[in-house]
Design a protein around this ligand. Structure first.
Ligand code: ATP
Ligand code: MG
Length: 398
């Protein structure tokens, strides 16, 4: 029996796209997917709304992008904005924390800022860095940076490469986007690691940091409308490129959460502004994708109107580039059933290429595909696996 194929089947049994095999289990929408793949291959800064109905494959497409992007050599971060995850889009500190937690680099299973910093450290030791590395580190003196905008990220990475820092603390601090006292961070990250560097950290050495006039402000992600939080996100992209990755791609799932789960209208307005910043602003130059359900833009506008926000510039909403996903057709679902059949055979070491299996599956798919459910792709997948399981149990594979 094949464990990997079995795990994939387990996942499909629940209607969840199997980790690591999303590309294989993707059918249909070739034109759409080609456009996306081309975008990833010819990097340009873009943001895109991915629009489709409930159960129509938004999360699947994000996972497809994640897999493709990692294969193409990008760093990727996946963030879900549901009520449970307590990530609010008006709070850029929470957003950057979530981005750090979801960060992945090619070939590394573990998610998080540790994998990212380890990658950068090892690339720099191997000399596998871009030409701006010397400006980033001030020729490895690490006393200030001409390029890194967030002093916190610079200090964290500097401490990380020193090999003397408490890496758990750095990880926890960035994953939580705060929660530590400036005096403790100063002691642990700056003073304790200083011995590894010839020169002291010089905050006023960098023009970029001229607004950080006190020690406390260096570690503050909230002041000045969360400016340092934005800078962290930009720096992650800069550092990804500097360490020979192709950049950072951020994937936001369940983005309509900003309509339903932010109740305060002022907070919601900030969340909308942050969305526009990703699309039209220059804080972040990497790519970002936002999964939304149909009617998102109308719901956002409606919300503002019912709250009497007449002075608001609504035109931004109409200018958001949107990628509308067409639903899968029966022929696509048949193709998908075929792929599941192959995997089921591998998983349980059986020959599924028989007429009985073929006929049964065809029947199941025709029936499942014609249900009026919005969620019919997931339903079909579950029915196909159920049918194969049943045939296996009844020993009717042959
Ligand atoms: N192009 C595709 N090829 C193969 N399977 C797909 C495709 N698109 C979606 N699926 C499958 O359909 C099911 C539903 O997709 P998914 O969970 O991505 O939908 P969603 O739009 O995110 O739903 P929700 O609104 O519930 O979040 C999943 O099992 C997914 O793997
Ligand atoms: Mg989803």
């Amino acid at each position: 029996m094949n464990i990997e194929a079995q795990q994939a089947i387990e996942s499909l049994r629940l209607g969840i796209p199997p980790e690591g095999h999303v590309r294989y289990f993707t059918v249909g929408r070739f034109k759409e997917i080609n456009t996306l793949t081309t975008t990833l291959q010819q990097p340009s800064s873009t943001a895109l709304l991915l629009k489709a109905n409930y159960g129509s494959g938004k999360s699947h497409l994000l996972k497809f992008i994640r897999e493709t992007a990692l294969k193409e050599g990008y760093a990727v971060s996946s963030v879900t904005l549901d009520a449970k995850s307590a990530v609010r889009f008006n709070r850029m500190d929470q957003i950057f924390g979530a981005i750090c937690r979801g960060l992945e680099v090619p070939g590394v299973k573990q998610k998080g800022i540790a994998s990212f910093f380890d990658w950068i450290s090892s690339q720099s030791k191997k000399g596998q860095v871009a030409s701006n590395w010397s400006q980033i580190t001030n020729n490895n003196r690490w006393n200030y940076s001409r390029i890194i905008k967030s002093p916190s990220i610079f200090i964290a990475l500097r401490a990380w490469v020193s090999g003397r820092a408490n890496t758990n603390l750095i990880e926890d601090w960035l994953h939580q986007a705060g929660g530590y006292k400036a005096t403790d961070l100063d002691r642990e990250l700056i003073r304790k690691t200083q011995i590894s560097f010839r020169e002291e950290l010089q905050v006023n050495g960098s023009l970029k940091w001229s607004s950080y006039t006190t020690k406390a402000s260096l570690f503050n992600f909230k002041r000045d409308a969360y400016v340092q939080s934005w800078h962290v996100i930009q720096d992650l992209d800069t550092l990804a490129r500097a360490s020979k990755l192709r950049g950072l791609i951020i994937l936001f799932d369940e983005f309509e959460d900003i309509v339903y789960n932010i109740s305060n209208i002022e907070h919601q307005k900030v969340a909308f502004q942050n969305l526009f910043q990703f699309f039209f602003g220059n804080f972040f130059t990497g790519m970002s994708f936002f999964a939304i359900t149909p009617g998102f833009v109308e719901k956002c506008k409606h919300r503002l109107m019912t709250k009497g926000c007449w002075d608001y510039d609504y035109s931004h909403f109409d200018a958001l580039p949107t990628f509308e996903m067409s639903p899968l057709e029966e022929s696509h679902l048949q193709e998908l059933a075929e792929k599941i059949r192959q995997f089921h055979g591998i998983a349980y070491d059986l020959d599924t290429n028989t007429l009985t299996v073929e006929k049964s599956l065809k029947r199941i798919v025709v029936k499942a595909a014609s249900t009026p459910l919005q969620d019919r792709t997931r339903y079909t997948i579950c029915e196909v696996v159920k049918c194969l399981d049943q045939l296996l149990e009844d020993d009717e594979y042959s």
